[in-house]
Structures are given as C-alpha cells and as structure tokens.
Design a protein around this ligand. Structure first.
Ligand SMILES: C[S@@+](CC[C@H](N)C(=O)[O-])C[C@H]1O[C@@H](n2cnc3c(N)ncnc32)[C@H](O)[C@@H]1O
Length: 261
C-alpha cells in the first residue's frame, strides 16, 4: 500500500525538467479514445502542465484541475488563468458531475491504496467514459534504490526512516488487470521505459529534488541535509556514468493504464 506524501511540492523545482516530464502525459493522452468529451478532470494537476495538454487536445471541453498542494494550485492558476483549479485529496475525491475523462499523470503512486481508488473512479464514470493514468514504476532503479541505501547509512538515517518507507513498488500489471477489468469495457495496460538525457549526475539529483527526494530533504536541515545530498550525488555519479559526450542517461520505466467504462 502507498503512503501519502506528507510535504508540499515545489512547483518551481518540478518544472525544471518540464520537457521530459511532459512527455509521459503526452504519450498517455495519445491513447485516450475520446473525440469531444464535455468535461475533463486533471487529477493531481500539479503546476498545470498536464492540464495545458488536455486543453490543447480538447479545446471545447470544460477542463478542471484537482491537486492537494496549494503551491501547485497557485502555479496552475497563474499558468492557465480563467480555468478552474480545486484543492482535493484523491484518496477520497470522486467527481460530483458527469465527467467523461479522468486523467491522472504521475500522481497515483502517492495515493494510499491507489488500485482501489482507481476502481472507485472507473465506477464513477458514465458509460464510454475514460480513466487514464500514468505512474513512475522506478522504485527498483538505481536512483531510488540509492536514495534508500544512502538514506539508511549515515548520521541522517534515523531522521529518514519515515521517508525511506514512503513509496512501495507498484503492483504488477496483472493485479491492476484483475481488479479493473471487471469494471471496464476495455482496459489497456503498458510500460514505457524512457532514457532521459541529463546534463550531469547533479542534474539527476536535481530531477529527483522535484519528486522522490522531497520527503528525504524535508526531514533534514543544515549540514546533515548537505551531507546526505553530497553522499547521494556521489553514489548517483557512480551508478550513472557519463556517456561519450559527458551526458548521463536516466533510465525511467513508467506504467500506463487506460480504462474505458
Ligand atoms: C508529480 S506531480 C504531477 C503533476 C502533473 N499531473 C504532471 O503531469 O506533471 C504530482 C502531483 O500530485 C499531487 N498529489 C499528490 N498526492 C495527492 C493527493 N492525495 N491528492 C491530490 N493530489 C495529490 C502533488 O501535489 C503534485 O502536484
């Protein structure tokens, strides 16, 4: 079961790698089999980058963003004035109006017991409605394994015990299939592995400062925090060696689910 991320997100840090972070929602949206949905909700809309894609694809639709982070909602409202962004917690949120598309990019990995939540969201769709979800499936990748290893070995270890337990592996596709297929007329589940080209090992660390590192960093301060970041950066430099041009490839597997009710 996933445990919810306790601290707020920094929209600015997250958007440092906007091009790379917007590729998965583009790939997810490309598989949504809808032409003219009347109402679309961007679940965990963050700073509005995924919401913007939804507005581009469905200009006639009412597009609404939901997020639990006031910082993200503020950025989204600045980016897309005139659109509706509402604070909500996806562990309990359900659409109150008929909604044709529920789109959740890079959010459900943080929602406790998210497979059951996805089931409830499909049940809330009208016939023909779509739930489209993408989640990082990278907990076994070196970048996340090293976060846990470095985090549990050093003067910071006791402060990081909670962060170290914050995200579990995603269930396997079979688990989602068995749970969601009875609720859907059509269900498509796939993985894509991205290889993001990063400028340096430090850039890999900066990437994760906008996501998986946040619970670690918010539990530390001062020299202890710097010590942890330095030890993690050194470990990342070993695990992600420079290519011929000095760049580093960040391998990033992601899981996609598209359910049509
Ligand atoms: C990685 S960002 C994804 C942002 C955007 N959807 C995108 O495609 O880039 C994850 C977002 O989920 C939000 N979030 C995390 N847990 C949540 C919850 N339980 N309910 C609502 N939003 C949540 C975070 O505040 C953050 O804005």
């Amino acid at each position: 079961m996933m445990r919810q991320m306790a601290d707020d997100w920094s929209a600015r840090q997250y958007l440092k790698f906007e091009d790379e972070r917007t590729r998965p929602p583009r790939d997810l949206l490309a598989q949504v089999p809808l032409d003219r949905p009347a109402r679309v909700v961007d679940l965990g809309c963050g700073p509005g980058n995924s919401t913007e894609l939804l507005i581009e694809r469905f200009p006639q639709a009412e597009v609404v963003g939901i997020d639990s982070s006031p910082d993200m909602l503020r950025q989204a409202r600045e980016r897309l004035p005139g659109r509706t962004f509402l604070e909500g917690d996806l562990s309990t949120w359900l659409p109150q109006e008929r909604t044709d598309l529920l789109f959740g990019n890079a959010v459900f990995q943080w929602v406790p017991d998210h497979p059951a939540v996805l089931g409830r969201l499909i049940e809330a769709l009208p016939a023909g409605g779509v739930l489209a979800v993408q989640m990082p499936d990278n907990t076994e990748e070196p970048a996340l394994a090293l976060m846990r290893d470095v985090g549990s070995d050093g003067p910071w270890a006791s402060r990081l015990a909670k962060a170290n337990a914050a995200r579990d592996d995603l269930p396997r596709p079979e688990t989602y299939y068995d749970l969601l297929r009875p609720l859907a007329a059509h269900l498509d589940i796939w993985h894509t592995v991205y290889n993001h080209v990063m400028a340096s090992p430090q850039a890999v660390v900066e990437w994760f400062k906008g996501s998986a590192l946040r619970p670690f960093l918010s539990a530390l301060e001062g020299d202890t925090r710097n010590g942890f970041v330095n030890a993690y950066t050194a470990a990342i430099a070993k695990a992600y060696p420079a290519r011929h041009d000095g760049k580093v490839l960040l391998r990033f597997p992601r899981l996609f689910i598209v359910a049509v009710k």
